[in-house]
Design a protein around this ligand. Structure first.
Ligand code: ATP
Ligand code: MG
Length: 212
């Protein structure tokens, strides 16, 4: 897809959304949040950035292999215009820091002599509180627009001071990957919470020890 030409035609820098996550597994809440951001912010594309080593989660539980999570996110994004799966953090290896992903995207544009894209970093309202613990957060705040999306059972979206920011309302799908893993481990259905294509992928790859 000739992304750069498209933006040149529209006379503005490319608008790229980043929704980072562990996606273990991806669910309908992720997809709804991504689609809401594409629409509300008129993004040219939104990257679902699959964390390689989610350093804030791995001490707490075992995370599914990155390639399984990528395959599930590919299934979730298939056929949805402007949603793309990004392997940037997996290919980079090591712990996943969003600042490095943003620097890579900006560096790519420089290398291709494109205007710097506008980067919109999307987080659920549950994550706002943890932002000060993120790696090189001051630099991140200078490089991106923070987009806080609403999430059921999470605080009302309140962008923190010190960021360019926006709030995007989602349809409010009350689901988390943790709940989905619990349901699957109990052999209970997750239809309506997880896209059908992702359920097929879970089945196919024999994930979450559910089908045995
Ligand atoms: P877990 O229960 O394992 O933490 P999760 O459902 O929170 O999983 P993550 O991969 O941690 O999924 O989330 C990635 C991003 O998507 C985060 O910014 C998170 O806040 C956001 N997000 C997750 N679920 C929803 C939802 N239902 N509505 C809106 N945003 C969501
Ligand atoms: Mg989470």
């Amino acid at each position: 897809m000739p992304a750069a030409d498209e933006h040149a035609n529209r006379g503005r820098p490319e608008r790229i959304g980043l929704l980072g996550g562990t996606f273990d597994p991806p669910h309908c809440g992720h997809v709804a949040a991504a689609v809401a951001c594409v629409d509300a912010l008129d993004l040219d594309r939104l990257l679902l950035v699959v964390a390689n080593h989610p350093w804030q989660k791995t001490p707490l539980r075992t995370v599914s292999p990155a390639e399984d999570r990528v395959a599930m996110v590919e299934a979730a994004a298939a056929g949805r215009p402007r949603l793309e799966v990004s392997r940037l953090e997996i290919d980079r290896g090591g712990p996943s820091y969003t600042i490095e992903t943003v620097e890579e995207l900006l560096g790519e544009a420089r290398g291709e002599q494109r205007p710097a894209p506008e980067v919109f970093m999307v987080v659920g309202a549950d994550l706002v509180e943890s932002l000060p613990t993120w790696e090189r957060v001051g630099e991140l705040a200078r490089l991106v627009t923070l987009v806080v999306v609403s999430r059921p059972r999470s605080p009302t979206p309140q962008p923190p001071a010190g960021w360019r920011s926006a709030v995007v309302a989602t349809p409010g799908i009350d689901v988390s990957s943790s709940e989905v893993r619990t349901l699957l481990a109990q052999g209970r259905p997750v239809g309506g919470l997880v896209p059908e294509a992702v359920i097929r992928c879970i089945h196919h790859r024999d994930l979450y020890a559910v089908w045995r």
